[in-house]
Design a protein around this ligand. Structure first.
Ligand SMILES: [Ca+2]
Ligand SMILES: [Ca+2]
Length: 361
């Protein structure tokens, strides 16, 4: 079947040789549109200046509870990627979207957890039958890979650390989706954990990355063959798991079975680098944070920063899903969008190393 095409012109991944800025093929009109400096953002009005986050250190992933409390993972450090606050460890911010002008608050973490090496990446929440809220965090202490499980203590705005998961099947975790108090699916965006081998596997296009199911009873590969498995989320009825394959520009729709195995239903082909996925629980729509010019993330130039792009995919399971570009900006307002999450007519957009943005839909 033909790939999905978005309804508005947009830039391809920047084909110019990295760092030269000259000598590449002339930019198409769509590229000029996204790489110009004076264009207003397309889409809903952002609140001026973005969210009042206490620091400009990215918000790679965002997960919103049904109550409107949003968790943001901030301060991710990735070798070779821009970072405005390299000395500051990462953290988890909390934002109450029911407030008129929500202010982000950094959650305290229980004693004994090493905050100095906290390097949070993808996150996911799970609400137990007794109402307890668990926060799962892909973490990269010393650029290794773990999944941290916390319980959210709302009355004192803190996270109680319960467990660190390390496993040879989790060498390079990008995102997680929780399905139980100690149970989750996780994506590995690389097969290797060594930095040089990570570059090599991307260069060789090995498609060795995968999705892992973890439970205290066992750990196993449930899907593989991805170029670079990245964002992962689940349909509101919990029957389907969605996996973003960044470099393949694909979103895989997987059926989830009672034994937690996954089988592929279909693949949506997009023409942008897809990062994290979120679900609107009221509609089942998929919200996707995207990188329209991924090379600008790797070779950062403040005068020509990476753009941001948010897609909404409606009727994901139907024969004809509808893809809409809800937000696009050339980097003048928001650089390097990784995630978009919605609650009550509000859209929160997070980024790899820049700020977060709140928009009214
Ligand atoms: Ca996530
Ligand atoms: Ca990601």
């Amino acid at each position: 079947p033909p790939g999905l095409r978005r309804p508005v012109p947009r830039a391809q991944a920047d084909p110019a040789p990295a760092g030269t800025g000259q000598g590449g093929p002339p930019a198409s009109p769509a590229q000029e549109e996204l790489s110009g400096q004076d264009l207003p953002p397309r889409g809903p009005d952002p609140r001026r200046g973005g969210l009042p986050l206490p620091r400009e250190s990215g918000s790679e992933d965002i997960d919103i509870l049904p109550s409107g409390l949003a968790f943001l993972s901030v301060g991710l450090k990735v070798p070779g990627i821009q970072c405005f606050a390299p000395e500051k460890p990462g953290g988890i911010l909390l934002l109450d979207l029911n407030q008129d002008k929500p202010r982000a608050l950094e959650l305290r973490v229980s004693r004994g957890f090493d905050l100095t090496s906290f390097n949070p990446h993808g996150i996911s929440t799970f609400i137990d039958e007794d109402g307890a809220v668990y926060l799962f965090v892909a973490n990269h202490p010393e650029f290794k890979s773990t999944v941290e499980i916390f319980r959210f203590e709302e009355e004192d705005n803190s996270l109680l650390h319960l467990k660190t998961v390390r496993h040879e099947l989790l060498p390079s975790v990008n995102d997680v989706v929780a399905v139980g108090p100690e149970h989750f699916y996780a994506t590995n965006s690389h097969y290797f954990s060594d930095l040089f081998l990570k570059y090599l596997e991307v260069y060789l296009n090995l498609r060795w990355t995968n999705v892992i199911y973890y439970s205290p009873e066992g750990v196993r590969v449930v899907a593989d063959g991805f170029d670079s498995a990245n964002g992962i989320t689940m349909s509101p009825d919990e029957k389907y798991v969605y996996v973003a394959d960044s470099f393949a520009h694909e979103i895989h729709v997987m059926e989830k079975h009672a034994n937690r195995s996954l089988t592929q239903v279909k693949v949506l082909h997009l023409d942008t680098v897809v990062d994290n996925l979120s679900i609107d629980p009221s509609t089942g729509d998929l919200w996707v944070g995207c990188h329209p010019n991924c090379l600008k993330l790797i070779i950062y130039d403040a005068s020509n920063p990476p753009a941001s792009e948010v897609l909404r995919i409606q009727n994901v399971l139907s024969e004809a899903p509808a893809v809409t570009t809800v937000y696009a900006n050339n980097g003048s307002v928001l650089q390097g969008s990784t995630v978009a999450s919605v609650y009550g007519g509000q859209l929160l957009i997070g980024t790899l190393f820049h700020r977060a943005l709140q928009c009214q839909l």
